[in-house]
Design a protein around this ligand. Structure first.
Ligand code: GH3
Ligand code: MG
Ligand code: MG
Ligand code: MG
Length: 323
């Protein structure tokens, strides 16, 4: 049985836990010699789900669609160059991360070397030993699961770093880092850019009258309504406690004014459910709206102008849009 470096020095129970972590995978076996694939599939089926494909074009299609943990590819296919399949699998987005275990005749050493160069992860020479095949398959599948897990973790930390935990909107840091880019793009393309600051009216008294949890419910529901009223390319973020910013690329003051007004009405027109729906609260918001005024204008100035407009909206009686 092949022992990988990871397993050396481990106690038996740990070793079996590691082996188990590579079991129960989904394998696509690409081989066109019946005597060969029948034997290999039978061996592998003891620990995994195995699909066999002898047509390489079909194999590539299945590999891309089938969510496999491992591709086992015979490099001595009759009608096709198995290497080409390996290289195609490496260049396709959907199969790029699926490990490949190559199988070849000992006299095909050049082809094997080439395979390793193009990204084949491991190989076995015929005649294939049952125990070794199972061990190599487990190692690849385990590693695949581990790297998938790492990739997910990295993805999650990136998400967490740019997302506001309460509302799921972007956070202030993300907005600030992107606003400059969006403003620059608008300037160079000669397109308008609208920005609004939204602030919930008398939010403190919602907290005071109904409790902090009710306040949180309002913030979450507010974010849902914001998301519904903007486009995919718009950027919505929680700027502070009960203050939000929406950036709208390629949008002039007139259109942004309509979006803001529609949003204001959608908030004031439908009371917010709090305390698991047992209570409904009337909520209003004030909005300060502005646009990028000239090419290369500093985003800090744009934000400041929106903030001044918001201040006026509050001063003029709240529940309104001022630009
Ligand atoms: P105005 O109409 O002038 O905006 O009045 P306001 O009460 O909304 O403004 P103020 O800035 O005085 O109060 C904001 C309140 O928001 C104070 C703070 O305790 C509350 N707050 C900030 N973050 C959160 C949060 O995450 N959850 C809850 N429940 N409250 C929050
Ligand atoms: Mg305030
Ligand atoms: Mg407020
Ligand atoms: Mg505020």
């Amino acid at each position: 049985r092949a022992i990988t470096s990871l397993e050396i020095g481990m106690q038996a129970p740990e070793r079996s836990a590691i082996a188990d972590a590579g079991k129960g995978g989904r394998i696509l076996l690409v081989d066109d010699r019946q005597s060969s694939y029948e034997r290999l599939a039978t061996i592998l089926a003891a620990e995994h789900t195995v699909d066999v494909e002898s047509n390489p074009t079909e194999a590539l299609f299945h590999a891309a669609e089938g969510n496999y943990d491992l591709l086992i590819v015979s490099l001595d296919l009759h009608n096709f160059d198995g290497l080409r399949l390996c290289s195609q699998a490496r260049s396709l987005e959907r199969t790029r991360h699926v490990p490949i275990l190559a199988i070849a005749e000992a006299e095909n050493a050049t082809r094997l070397l080439r395979g390793l160069e193009i990204g084949v992860n491991d190989y076995l020479l015929r005649p294939i030993d049952k125990t070794e095949l199972l061990a190599r398959a487990r190692t690849q599948i385990r590693r695949r699961r581990y790297t998938d897990h790492l990739r997910d973790n990295v993805q999650n930390s990136i998400e967490m770093a740019i997302t506001d935990a309460l509302t799921g909107l972007h956070n202030r840091r993300y907005m600030e880092s992107h606003l400059a880019t969006l403003a620059e793009q608008a300037s160079t393309r000669g397109k308008p850019l609208a920005l609004m600051i939204l602030d919930i009216d008398y939010f403190k008294s919602i907290n005071d009258n109904y409790g902090h949890d009710a306040g949180d419910d309002v913030l979450r529901e507010f974010a849902v309504r914001v998301r519904k009223s903007i486009r995919g390319i718009d950027l919505a973020c929680r700027y502070g406690g009960e203050e939000f910013v929406i950036v709208m690329p390629e949008t002039d003051l007139h259109v942004a004014g309509m979006v803001a007004e529609r949003l204001r009405r959608s908030i004031a027109g439908e009371p917010f459910a709090v305390h698991k729906g047992t209570k409904r609260i009337e909520v209003t918001i004030s909005i300060g709206l502005t646009t990028l005024e000239q090419k290369g204008e500093a985003v800090a100035d744009v934000l400041k102008r929106a903030d001044t407009a918001l201040y006026r909206a509050k001063h003029d009686g709240r529940n309104r849009v001022v630009s």
